[in-house]
Design a protein around this ligand. Sequence first.
Ligand SMILES: [Zn+2]
Length: 218
Amino acid sequence: MTGEATAVEFDLATAKQEILDYCLRSMEYGLNFNTQGNISVRVPGVEDRFLITPTDLEYDRMTADDIVLVNGNSEVVEGRLGPSSEVTVHMAVYKRRPDVNAIVHSEPIFSNVWGVVGTPILGTLVNMVIYTKGDVPIMPFELSNNSAFGEHMCDVMGDLNAVVWANHGLLTVGPNLRDAFKTSVAVESAAKVQAYARALTDTPIVLEYGKLGITSAL
Ligand SMILES: [Zn+2]
């Protein structure tokens, strides 16, 4: 899926399968367990339509047909199941960030470690900094199943592509699902490196996005 895809080119069935594939991969990569996390994409070329994973269904029991089509008010347009309980969080991001076409929420261990420590995930790995566009901030704990959470989270994330929800998990965004997912993997890797590095030194060497001279947009 690309930002240039039209409504005709965008195949809903294929997009649902792609979401399911990334859900399964998120378990394989240790980003999620059980029913944790959720994924959504913006339907390109059609105003106000989004695909999102259903609420409370294990990924290994999910089929592509279980993915829910919703509008920006988090209302189900098509689907036999209810959308993720965090659907309003996703919709807040799509309203605030026209550059975002895909969102991945997961609950990986090392990102959560820094969430409870209250320390941002720093640029220990260039792979992460390129995707996140900076240190990953920590949002103080709030219950996530309401629209106020989404607004507060967008304030914390700003123009970055990742944010940690303290005592809960990680959310990453991107221009497409592949990049949003790669960002989640990259953040968790950097979080792990930061944990090991901080066991050895209080001052690990980290990268600053603004000093890398990256000009091409991801
Ligand atoms: Zn969650």
